[in-house]
Structure formats: structure tokens, C-alpha cells
Write a protein that binds this ligand. Structure first.
Ligand code: PRE
Length: 396
């Protein structure tokens, strides 16, 4: 992993320190509206008031009255705080068209992803929120914090891959942070072997990439006899090779990364299976209102007392109600005092306590799902709903 820390990106992804010190404008929500009143307009507002109050002579009065009327119309166009009558400057309520073109399809939404330009996560962010402004982050934790601190609106982060399995770090971070899962997006990951222009496969001794990507290409890399070197992300590996002109190292990355960093593609589709899909979670500060109009999925995390049949009982709350479980993942319950003696455990030290992450096929708007969770809550020592969101049914 030593090389991983060396790899930093030129496009300045958000670093932890950047997230900790947001500038005022950075910290503003995209949806916030600022009234900016041109100086000229404010002056006009004041002079109109003077005309209205100061009329005396009758002819002059009529003239002034009609002018006042005219001006009153202008005045009425001004907002109470001295805003402008220029309709272009006033905030407009969101229309249905805007909702579908600006919010729902994601345009103007800032979306954090881990990695540098050309990373698969960037493509996933753009698939999840078309026309979004994808914001690169150095690591997963930074992406979580960028949402929490209002620097971005959403984060799109990988949670599992069909070949490499779960991305455990993000399971742990889901619990440590307070974001909500508002959607998921599956992305077909097609890996390429990249190298400096003119370098041949036989010149390569090592290959740099994200550990997940290296694992997904295990067979090809073993066949080529290349030493694996872990990097922060696939595109970061490509960038590192390009910027250091490494002629004995290749990178496993996307064809987009090859284009961005000016590398040759020595081999395409080098993943172990042609169907290599990564599932990404869409995370937001607020949960969405779950519906029943289309297939929904709910993700929860819970912990249990130790004892025979307790896990069976927990899973039975779903089986009893015909709710399909899609995925179960267990992670160490780190907060437990490791090594502390547990009375229920005959005084022997208890090192292994777990959190269970479960995805089930139902919406939280469904009474059946609500009952299942009520039932689980009766004996779970901890329970949190991470999100109830539409299943990604898009063709990958
Ligand atoms: O390195 C990248 O390009 C990433 O987007 C990260 C990541 C991952 O974390 O799993 C995402 C998709 C691929 O499965 C490989 C790597």
C-alpha cells in the first residue's frame, strides 16, 4: 500500500482539510437564493417615496400623481427589502419542467465521488445524476463529510462489486456518518491495461490500481506475472504513471482515463468476467419519502444480543412477512470494548461482536415492512434505517 499514499491527483480532489475549512461560498447550498439589488434600483425606490409624499400645487399635483402612479407600479415590483422589479432577478418557484430537468435528472447538483477524473466512480456519479457537477474527493470519508458540511449536495460511493464483493470501508462509514441512502446505481466496469505511449506489455513489471480493480482482474494479471501495487483509485494510478513517465509499470483503469492522461490501451476488458458490475449508493443529507409506485429497497443495520437462535429470529421477522432479503453483510462492532470480559460468556473475553447490514425488497411506506422492523426492534440492541430507495432497474 506504500505507493498508494504517493498517488495524489492533479485535479485537486477535495482533501480532508478542504472539507474541514469550507469557504463561505463553498459552504452555501446550491438551492439557497440570494437577493442582490442593484444600487441604482434602491436609489429609485427612495426618490419615488419622496415624490409621493411631497406634492402641493394642484397641476403639479396631478402630474405628480400620474407619475406617482406609474412609479408606484415600479415600486410594487420591488421586493420589501428593496429588491428589484426586474423579474429576471427574482427567485422563481420551481416548475415541473425544472424539477424534471434540473433536480430529478441531477443537473446543477454537486456530487462527490472518490478518486480523480476518469475514475469509475465519476462515471457512476454522472449516471446517477446526469449533468451534475462531479466533485473529486481524496477518500470515501472526505466524500461523506463534503455532503455533511454542505460543500456538495450528494455523494455517489461504491458499496459492492459483482466480482470483488463488498466495499467494507463504506459499510463502516455509513454507520459513522449520518447520511441517508436515497438511491442506487449499477455501473458496468470495463477495465483496460494502460501504459505510457510506445511501451509494450512485455516491458511491464508491475501494475498499479485500486485494490478492488486489481482483484477484479486477478486472472489476467497473474497470467502476465505482474506485481500488483495498490493505488487510491484506478484513474489516479493512470495519472501517476503518466506524470512520472513510468515505463515499467501499467495501470488498470478505464478507457476514459487513458484519454485524459494520454496513455495507450494495451488490453481491453481484462476483468475476470465480462459482466463486472459495481453497485454505487447515492447519499444525501435528507432521506427521500419512500413510495410504493415502483420497486423499492430498504437498507438497515442492527446488532443483537448473543444467544442461540437470535440471528435466526432476526431474519425470521422478514421471512414471516414474505419479505425478500437481498443482501446480508456483517461487520465488526468496533465500539464494543474489545477483550472485555463478558458475563454471559462465562467470563471469557469477547472479541467478536457484529453489526448486521441487511437490504430487503420492500419500501418503508409498506406496512408489512414497518411491522417487520417493529418486530425486529423488540429484541435488537440497535437498529437504524439507512435508507429506503428505488431499486436501480436500468439496463447496465
Ligand atoms: O478506482 C476507481 O475508479 C473507482 O471508482 C473505485 C472502485 C471501487 O472502489 O470499487 C469503483 C469501481 C470499480 O469497482 C473499481 C474501483
Amino acid at each position: 500500500m506504500a505507493a498508494a499514499s504517493l498517488i495524489r491527483c492533479a485535479t485537486n480532489p477535495l482533501s480532508r482539510s478542504a472539507v474541514h475549512r469550507p469557504s463561505r461560498s463553498d459552504g452555501q447550498s446550491k438551492t439557497s437564493v440570494t437577493f442582490r439589488v442593484p444600487h441604482k434600483r434602491r436609489r429609485l425606490g427612495i426618490s419615488v417615496l419622496a415624490s409621493l409624499n411631497g406634492a402641493d400645487d394642484s397641476d403639479e399635483k396631478n402630474k405628480r400623481n400620474s407619475r406617482a402612479l406609474e412609479l408606484r407600479k415600479i415600486l410594487e415590483g420591488l421586493s420589501p427589502d428593496g429588491g428589484s422589479n426586474d423579474t429576471n432577478m427574482l427567485p422563481r418557484p420551481l416548475s415541473l419542467t425544472q424539477l424534471s430537468s434540473s433536480v430529478l435528472d441531477g443537473s446543477r447538483i454537486r456530487v462527490a465521488y472518490q478518486g480523480v477524473r476518469g475514475a469509475f466512480s465519476e462515471c457512476a456519479a454522472e449516471k446517477a445524476y446526469p449533468n451534475c457537477k462531479a466533485v473529486p474527493c481524496e477518500d470515501f470519508d472526505t466524500a461523506f463529510q463534503a455532503v455533511e458540511r454542505w460543500i456538495v449536495d450528494r455523494a455517489v460511493l461504491p458499496i459492492e462489486n459483482s466480482l470483488g464483493g463488498s466495499i467494507h470501508r463504506n459499510y463502516d462509514l455509513l454507520l459513522r456518518h449520518n447520511l441517508h441512502i436515497v438511491g442506487e446505481v449499477s455501473y458496468a466496469v470495463r477495465h483496460c491495461l494502460l501504459a505510457i505511449r510506445g511501451v509494450k506489455i512485455t516491458d511491464l513489471k508491475r501494475v498499479l490500481s485500486h485494490p478492488q480493480a486489481l482483484a477484479q482482474c486477478e486472472n489476467t494479471l497473474t497470467r502476465l506475472g505482474l506485481v500488483r501495487v495498490a493505488a487510491d483509485d484506478t484513474a489516479g494510478a493512470a495519472q501517476h504513471i503518466a506524470s512520472h513517465n513510468l515505463r515499467d509499470a501499467g495501470a488498470v483503469a478505464s478507457s476514459t482515463a487513458a484519454m485524459i492522461y494520454g496513455l495507450d490501451i494495451l488490453a481491453q476488458d481484462i476483468q475476470d468476467e465480462c459482466d463486472n458490475v459495481t453497485r454505487f449508493l447515492m447519499l444525501a443529507r435528507e432521506p427521500i419519502i419512500p413510495g410504493v409506485d415502483r420497486p423499492f429497497k430498504t437498507s438497515i443495520v442492527f446488532s443483537l444480543e448473543e444467544g442461540p437462535g437470535v440471528l435466526f429470529k432476526a431474519l425470521a421477522v422478514f421471512a414471516l412477512r414474505q419479505i425478500n432479503l437481498i443482501k446480508i453483510e456483517s461487520r465488526p462492532l468496533r465500539e464494543k470494548l474489545v477483550g472485555a470480559s463478558d458475563e454471559n460468556n462465562n467470563g471469557s473475553p469477547k472479541y467478536f461482536a457484529y453489526l448486521f447490514y441487511v437490504d430487503f425488497e420492500a419500501s418503508m411506506a409498506d406496512e408489512n415492512a414497518q411491522n417487520a422492523l417493529r418486530h425486529l426492534k423488540e429484541f435488537a440492541t440497535f437498529l437504524r434505517v439507512l435508507g429506503s430507495y428505488p431499486v436501480d432497474t436500468s439496463i447496465i
